[in-house]
Design a protein. Structure first.
Length: 344
């Protein structure tokens, strides 16, 4: 019988953010149960293909496949992921056993460090100590003008932001956060759009120029949530991570992932979804599917008990399909196939 107090092997990517996440999980396990973890860095296909746009090399699955394979081979006990990088359907035998408390789920616009606009004071109650010179989103929109060069590799962001900046030039940008900021400050872009959560977690919240309202750009499903994946059969790992599971964040993730699953969405699809608790025991889910050129957008909304999060997401996904989202997603698939040279 395995020692229930034995060291847990924790698999992760080696990026700045991935290592932050892995260490955060290890620290929480140590805090709650005294359980120690050994962090094992696994290089994924996505890490090896840093220069290629995600839409051309297979999407987010590239960031988790090798880690999940190691989990299935019993080479690690836990896999820690940015949940927005995970496909809607997990491999047989694996499950998301726990998630950490969600960080800011919104996207953030970052301007070059030389740009100075009127700032807001530090919001009270923030856990980090960095001064966040965060501007009005409308101020940032005005500063960028009509045809900015915006760095992002997300088709979801491009599809939604095209509606606001129809003349913008969207250019792929990948790499560690430091690399992206260096390219921005070096003049390669007028702005870049990133997940606010990553900036905050790495102590770079001061670089956020403005958070993008969800009314403008609905975040990626799972954005801001760290997920812990295990083998379904591993009772020891399940028991170890149960005390650090944030139920509210987990319900939100279940609802958002259920939308993607209902839509049959892959990793590089223009789907946004955001669930939040709006009352003591009520979950609200907003989702959107946007055409790649930004000309069509279909939105859906659902409410219900957090315990029914998966059903809420499935219902909203069905609503979106009934309203024509399937046509938009099929068109996106055809466009991606054309880029990748795949025959229909």
């Amino acid at each position: 019988m395995a020692d229930s107090n034995a060291e847990l092997r924790l698999g992760t990517r080696g990026s700045q953010l991935a290592l932050w996440q892995a260490n955060a999980v290890a620290a929480r396990l140590q805090e709650t149960s005294g359980r120690s973890c050994r962090i094992i860095v696994i290089r994924t296909s996505g890490d090896r293909l840093q220069d290629a746009p995600l839409s051309e090399v297979g999407g987010k699955r590239l960031f988790v496949k090798e880690i999940e394979d190691a989990l299935l081979r019993n080479e690690i006990d836990l896999a820690v992921h940015s949940s927005k990088d995970m496909p809607a359907i997990l491999p047989d035998g694996l499950t998301i056993a726990a998630v950490l408390t969600r960080e800011d789920p919104l996207d953030a616009v970052v301007l070059p460090h030389t740009v100075r606009l009127p700032s807001l004071p530090l919001r009270p109650g923030k856990p980090d100590t960095t001064y966040e010179a965060e501007m009005s989103f409308n101020d940032v929109v005005r500063a960028l003008g009509e045809s900015p060069s915006i760095g992002t590799s997300s088709v979801r962001r491009i599809a939604q932001l095209t509606r606001l900046f129809p003349r913008a030039r969207f250019t792929p940008i990948r790499g560690n956060l430091d690399t992206r900021l260096r390219k921005l400050d070096g003049g390669e872009y007028d702005a870049i759009v990133l997940a606010a959560a990553g900036l905050r977690r790495l102590g770079m919240g001061s670089r956020i120029s403005a958070r993008v309202p969800s009314s403008v750009c609905v975040p990626a499903p799972g954005q801001g949530i760290v997920a812990i994946e295990i083998r379904k059969s591993d009772a020891r790992a399940s028991a170890a991570v149960r005390p650090i599971d944030d139920r509210e964040s987990h319900a939100a993730l279940d609802a958002e992932r259920a939308v993607v699953e209902a839509l049959g969405g892959g990793c590089q699809t223009p789907i946004g979804a955001l669930a939040s608790t709006i009352a003591l025991d009520e979950l609200e889910l907003a989702a959107v599917v946007v055409s790649l050129d930004g000309t069509r957008a279909i939105s859906g909304m659902g409410h219900g008990k957090p315990a029914d999060a998966g059903a809420i997401g499935a219902s909203v996904g069905a609503q979106l399909l009934a309203d024509g989202a399937g046509d938009i997603l099929a068109e996106a698939d055809r466009s991606r196939a054309a880029v990748e040279g795949i025959q229909p």
